[in-house]
Design a protein around this ligand. Structure first.
Ligand code: MN
Length: 224
């Protein structure tokens, strides 16, 4: 009888685990790896408090609908309008925050560890005229996002590369997004992403971003 009880507890725990709540992947580098562009205190707080709380709120919202844990986060964001009405806003904000930050960590790397490949360079020239013109437009988009949000490089379904900006934790997967496609590069321009080190000087943060872009990841995403 005792064995049966233990077995039942074991099987029950396995089934609970198989629902697999969303998880935070470990950072691909340590907290100080992006210094001086991003200081380690900002990385630590951003990853362990901001990103972690979007994740926690997302998982909490889905507790009532555990079958949704099985969906890919992008599928949830693309199909927001089909989700139960009581969780649509929470999934938009917190599912968006969960996805956006995961991508943001992955498109950064220690300074000097990657460089633009000829292939990526060619695509940037084709779409924007030059790498510098691309950077200038991206910076301008990041600078002019009023309040909190994100700057993006998106590969549209046609293959065209477009620079885009979203408010809050929105992204191009939201059903009402004006631009659709695959995010290739993103920059968090919420004040929490830069305020400790740069205070009000968002422009300095945005310009420094180029020091730590993970161009290998950009190329990988472009080829998807
Ligand atoms: Mn953030």
């Amino acid at each position: 009888m005792k064995r049966l009880k233990i077995l039942l507890i074991f099987v029950f725990s396995l089934s609970a685990i198989s629902y697999g709540q969303y998880k935070q992947a470990p950072l691909p580098y340590n907290y100080s790896a992006l210094e001086p562009t991003i200081d380690s205190a900002t990385m630590y707080i951003h990853f362990n408090f901001h990103h972690a709380s979007y994740l926690k709120n997302l998982n909490k919202a889905l507790e009532k609908y555990p079958e949704l844990y099985k969906k890919d986060i992008v599928e949830l964001l693309k199909n927001l309008n089909e989700l139960p009405a009581d969780i649509q806003t929470t999934v938009r904000n917190n599912g968006g925050g969960y996805y956006n930050h995961s991508l943001y960590w992955s498109v950064m790397a220690p300074e000097g560890s990657t460089k633009i490949s000829p292939k990526v360079e060619k695509l940037l020239i084709k779409n924007f005229g030059s790498v510098d013109a691309f950077k200038t437009e991206f910076e301008k988009t990041a600078m002019t996002r009023f309040g909190s949000g994100w700057a993006w490089l998106i590969k549209e379904p046609s293959g065209k590369l477009t620079i885009y900006s979203t408010a809050n934790q929105d992204n191009c997967f939201n059903p009402d997004s004006k631009i659709k496609g695959t995010p290739i590069l993103t920059l968090d321009v919420w004040e929490h992403a830069y305020y400790l080190h740069y205070q009000n000087k968002r422009a300095d943060y945005v310009k420094s971003f180029w020091n730590i872009v993970n161009w290998n990841k950009v190329e990988e995403l472009l080829e998807k």
